[in-house]
Design a protein around this ligand. Structure first.
Ligand code: CTP
Length: 482
C-alpha cells in the first residue's frame, strides 16, 4: 500500500535520530519514495550522507539554497509534491515550532506550507514530554488534525526512564499506513477542537455516565501535570490526556491519540455509548496463604486493548488479574485474583455490547486450599497436588443469556496456532479469536504477531507493538458494532 507513495521524512534533533534511517529503509522496502530532510539539530545526529544513501534521493537541505529553489525543490514545491509528511523523531523544540508556526528553517517553512496528512513521532526526555508547554503544543497540533505515534515508555538516554522514547520504526511505518488509508487523518475539522474536548471529558468521566473509575482517572491525569508541574491547569487538556495515557501505557500514541482525533474528526467517537468488558492478565490460584499457581501473562496486551477501546469512546470495564502494569486511563478496573472471581466480576459487569477476553485464565486450580502455610516437615514427601478445572469464562459468556453482541477470545498457542484457534472458536462459541504464538517472548514482551480468526476466515497481522495490535482490534470492534 506504500508503493510509490511520496513521503517527506523530516528528522529533527534527538539521539533517537538514528532510528529514522531504519524507518527510511523500511519505507523504501515497502515501495515508498522517501525524501529526507534534516533539521539543524537532526544533522548533528545523522549525517546527510547516510540519509541520502538510504533514501536514494537528494536531501532537501537548505531554505536559502538558490540551487534547490531553482531546481524546483524549494519549500513550497516540497509541500506540494508529497503524500504525507512524517516528523520522526520530533524533538520538543520542533513540536513547539510547529505549534507556533515558525518558518525560519526549511522544515518549518515546509510544515507551514503543508496542508496534507502529517504524522509526528515525538522523542524527548520524559520530563520535557510531561512539561505543560509540550502538553499545550501537542494539544494544539492534535486539534489541528495532526496524528501522533508514540512516544513510548522505556529506558532513555542519560540513564533515565519514562515516557519519551521514539516509537520503533515498524510502529511508525504502521502508523503511516493507517494515516494514508484513513481519510479522516490530517483533515482538520471545524468541530475538532470542541469534539476533542468532549472526548477528553468522556475519558476523564466529566460528562460521561457515572463510572467508578472516573475519580481515579481524573486524579491521575491531573497529578501527571500537577505533581511535576504545579502551574499546570487542572482541566484536562488534550495533551494531558494524550501524554498521561502514555505515561501509564506501553501502547503507541497512535493507539490513543490518532484514534481520539480520528473519532472526533467526524464529531462522535465510534464507540461512544457502548460498553465493552475486557479481561486481562493471569489469574492466581492459591495453594495456601503464601503459594499459588500462575502463568507468565503480563496483562500488557489486555490492558492496551482496554485503553484503545476507551480511546474510541467506549465505557470499558477491565477485569484484571494480578499484574504489574498500571490501570489504563479512562477505564473502570475490577481487580481480581482467581478465575472464579474473574467470572463473577465479568457477569456482574453485564450487560455489555462486546467482550474481549484477553486474560490467561488458569485452567485448573488446587482442589483444596490450605488455610495455613503447608510445612515441609522433616524428610516428609512432597505433598500431592490435586487440581480441579476452573470455569471457562469465555465459553460461559458466549452461551450466556445476556451474551454481548460481539464476544472475542484469545488463543495462546505454542504450535499449530491457527489450527488450534479455529478449534477454539468453535468450542468456545465466540465470534472471533485473536490467536498468538506464545512460544517466544510474547508473554511479557512488547510486541505481538496475531491472527484474527472468525467464521469469515483468518487474517494474519504483522508483528506489531501491543499498543498497535490493541488499536487495530479496537477499530475492528467499532466496525462490528457500527
Ligand atoms: N479462557 C477463559 N477461561 C478459562 C480459560 C480460558 O475465559 N478458564 C479464555 C481466555 O481468556 C482466552 C481463551 O479462553 O480468551 C483461550 O484461552 P487459552 O488459554 O488459549 O485456551 P484454553 O481454553 O485454556 O485451552 P488450551 O489450554 O487447551 O489451549
Amino acid at each position: 500500500m506504500l508503493a510509490r507513495r511520496r513521503v517527506l521524512l523530516i528528522v529533527s534533533g534527538s539521539v533517537a535520530a538514528y532510528k529514522a534511517l531504519e524507518l527510511a529503509r523500511l519505507l523504501g522496502k515497502a515501495g515508498a519514495e522517501v525524501t529526507g530532510l534534516l533539521t539543524g539539530g537532526g544533522a548533528r545526529f545523522v549525517t546527510p550522507h547516510a540519509l541520502q544513501a538510504i533514501t536514494g534521493r537528494p536531501l532537501a537541505a537548505d531554505l536559502w539554497s538558490l540551487v534547490e529553489e531553482g531546481e524546483g525543490r524549494g519549500h513550497i514545491r516540497l509541500a506540494r509534491t508529497h503524500d504525507i509528511v512524517v516528523v520522526a523523531p520530533a524533538s520538543a523544540d520542533r513540536i513547539a515550532r510547529m505549534a507556533a508556526g515558525f518558518a525560519d528553517d526549511l522544515a518549518g517553512a515546509v510544515l507551514l506550507a503543508w496542508d496534507g496528512p502529517l504524522l509526528v513521532a515525538p522523542a524527548m526526555n520524559p520530563t520535557m514530554w510531561g512539561h505543560p508547554a509540550t502538553n499545550a503544543n501537542v494539544a494544539t497540533l492534535l486539534a489541528r488534525g495532526v496524528t501522533f505515534v508514540g512516544p513510548e515508555e522505556g529506558p532513555m538516554a542519560e540513564a533515565e526512564s519514562g515516557v519519551g522514547r521514539l516509537s520503533e520504526p515498524p510502529a511508525i511505518l504502521a502508523a503511516i499506513e493507517r494515516v494514508l488509508t484513513d481519510p479522516t487523518h490530517g483533515a482538520p475539522d471545524a468541530e475538532l477542537e470542541a469534539a476533542l474536548d468532549a472526548a477528553i471529558a468522556g475519558i476523564s468521566g466529566e460528562d460521561a455516565a457515572p463510572r467508578g473509575g472516573a475519580d481515579r482517572v481524573t486524579t491521575r491525569a491531573s497529578s501527571f501535570s500537577a505533581s511535576s508541574h504545579p502551574e499546570a491547569p487542572h482541566h484536562l487538556s488534550g495533551a494531558e490526556v494524550h501524554a498521561s495515557s502514555f505515561s501509564a501505557s506501553w501502547s503507541s500514541a497512535a493507539a490513543v491519540a490518532s484514534h481520539a482525533v480520528a473519532g472526533t474528526a467526524s464529531g462522535a467517537l465510534p464507540l461512544a455509548g457502548r460498553h465493552v468488558i475486557v479481561t486481562s492478565g493471569p489469574t492466581h490460584e492459591p495453594l495456601d496463604p503464601v503459594r499459588y499457581i500462575a502463568n507468565r501473562s503480563s496483562g500488557k496486551q489486555g490492558h492496551a486493548i482496554a485503553g484503545a477501546l476507551a480511546a474510541l469512546g467506549a465505557r470499558v470495564t477491565l477485569v484484571a488479574g494480578p499484574v504489574n502494569v498500571p490501570d489504563p486511563q479512562g477505564v473502570e478496573v475490577r481487580h481480581v485474583e482467581t478465575a472464579r472471581e474473574m467470572l463473577a466480576a465479568v457477569e456482574a459487569a453485564l450487560p455489555a455490547d462486546a467482550a474481549v477476553m484477553a486474560a490467561a485464565v488458569a485452567d485448573w486450580r488446587p482442589a483444596e486450599v490450605a488455610t495455613q502455610k503447608v510445612k515441609k516437615g522433616e524428610g516428609a514427601a512432597a505433598p500431592p497436588l490435586a487440581l480441579v478445572p476452573n470455569p471457562d469464562i469465555l465459553a460461559t459468556l458466549s452461551r450466556h443469556a445476556r451474551r454481548p453482541r460481539l464476544v472475542v477470545g484469545f488463543a495462546a498457542e505454542t504450535e499449530r496456532v491457527v489450527e488450534h484457534a479455529c478449534a477454539k472458536l468453535a468450542r468456545k462459541g465466540c465470534d472471533w479469536i485473536v490467536a498468538n504464538d506464545v512460544s517466544g517472548d510474547v508473554m511479557g514482551g512488547d510486541a505481538n504477531a496475531v491472527h484474527l480468526v472468525s467464521a469469515g476466515g483468518v487474517e494474519d497481522w504483522p508483528r506489531l507493538p501491543k499498543g498497535e495490535v490493541a488499536a487495530r482490534l479496537a477499530d475492528r470492534v467499532a466496525e462490528a458494532l457500527r
